[in-house]
Design a protein around this ligand. Structure first.
Ligand code: R7I
Ligand code: MG
Ligand code: MG
Ligand code: MG
Length: 344
């Protein structure tokens, strides 16, 4: 395996941060106007305060810190960090269900840190996008695909016991993993993701969870095929993207949309200001979709940042994002960790 450049690690954490901070302004809106987005981009320089990050970044930060301080992976430490962070700063816009997991972990009545997540939604576990939105540290810490899959899954299972939830985290982690390698064609990028997800979704629990939710088997693979179809078509409308790929709070309705947004924004897009580079375009494109904008933009930003590198995130974008210095510093530390784990 070849050495991966530092700019990609910092780019991925910064892209994720900017996506969350900027996207949070529109979370839950059905319509985000092109005029509003243009005004936002052009007045960024005059803002007095940085935009605050939300639960997406709060949890991503806990995961990165745990990966750096408790290698290779310590689920108890991670559960503790998620919980402590939530109780220190609960008003970051957390999902409505996941707070029960933190309350149970805090109660001290659970010795197995995975049990509270299994009790969510009448024992079915959450299929929200919370496991995917925070996973970026995993592909930045582990160079080997099998480790990326394994730790994306375990880190997700602390809050999201439905395979629809943690498989979304696996897919997002894989997308960042392949983006880090740079220089992939859209076809080979999607081809790698599809082949990995065919294996991931073939297991018994993935099949039965998907069938139980009336989604049919291999729901992520089917969405990836739709992503390919849309890219081949070219100018697919916002409405078709929302109808077919989704812009909602479930992982299945948001992770493939983030992947699509990254790939579509490799080329210029109508409605996005022309002077923006590919990474900036990706973040703005996600915001224009409306719905779960902070989360879709943070996931697409993580992929785009890994692919394009931090050079595409201008100073003014960073400075408007709370905690950007941490992203820069942790990007460097993850880069060192990743490279130390490359096979000889
Ligand atoms: O997944 P999660 O952490 O939420 C992340 C979202 C992101 O948009 C963040 O920016 C933040 O705003 O929240 O939190 P969960 O509470 O586990 O899941 C989110 C939502 O998905 C839940 O509140 C439910 O509305 C829905 N959901 C389900 N609904 C029915 N049945 C998740 N799983 C189920 C389910 O099994
Ligand atoms: Mg959020
Ligand atoms: Mg919210
Ligand atoms: Mg969100």
């Amino acid at each position: 395996m070849a050495l991966v450049e530092l700019r990609r690690f910092r780019g991925s954490l910064l892209g994720a941060l900017v996506g969350d901070c900027f996207g949070s302004l529109c979370e839950g809106l059905e319509n985000v106007s092109v005029e509003w987005v243009h005004r936002f981009v052009h007045t960024l320089g005059g803002r007095a305060d940085a935009l605050m990050y939300t639960d997406d970044t709060a949890m991503a930060r806990s995961l990165v810190q745990s990966l750096l301080e408790k290698p290779p992976f310590d689920e108890k430490d991670l559960a503790q960090r998620f919980t402590t962070e939530y109780f220190n700063d609960p008003d970051r816009g957390y999902g409505l269900g996941v707070v029960h997991v933190f309350e149970k972990l805090q109660s001290g009545e659970y010795c197995n840190v995975f049990t509270p997540a299994k009790e969510q939604f009448n024992g079915k576990g959450s299929y929200g996008n919370g496991a995917a939105m925070r996973v970026v540290g995993v592909p930045l810490a582990f160079p080997c695909v099998q480790d990326v899959i394994k730790y994306a899954k375990i880190s997700g299972e602390l809050t999201h016991a439905s395979s629809l939830g943690y498989n979304g985290a696996i897919l997002l982690a894989l997308a960042v993993h392949y983006a880090l390698q740079g220089n992939l064609s859209r076809e080979s990028f999607l081809g790698h993701l599809l082949s990995n997800m065919q294996e991931v979704e073939a297991d018994e629990k993935s099949r039965s969870d998907a069938v139980g939710l009336e989604l049919g088997e291999f729901p992520y693979c089917n969405k990836l095929k739709k992503v390919k179809e849309f890219l081949d078509k070219g100018n697919v409308s916002c409405k078709d993207i929302i109808d077919e790929l989704g812009n909602g709070v479930s992982a299945l309705d948001s992770v493939p949309t983030a992947i699509y947004s990254f790939l579509r924004c490799l080329d210029p897009v109508d409605d996005v200001p022309k002077e923006l580079n590919s990474l900036q375009r990706t973040v703005i494109f996600c915001i224009l979709l409306g719905g779960d904008t902070d989360t879709i933009a943070t996931m697409a930003g993580a992929i785009a940042g890994a692919y394009h590198g931090e050079d595409q995130i201008p100073e003014i974008w960073r400075k408007n994002s709370e905690g950007y210095k941490d992203a820069e510093n942790w990007g460097k530390q993850l880069w060192e960790l990743y490279n130390s784990r490359l096979p000889e």
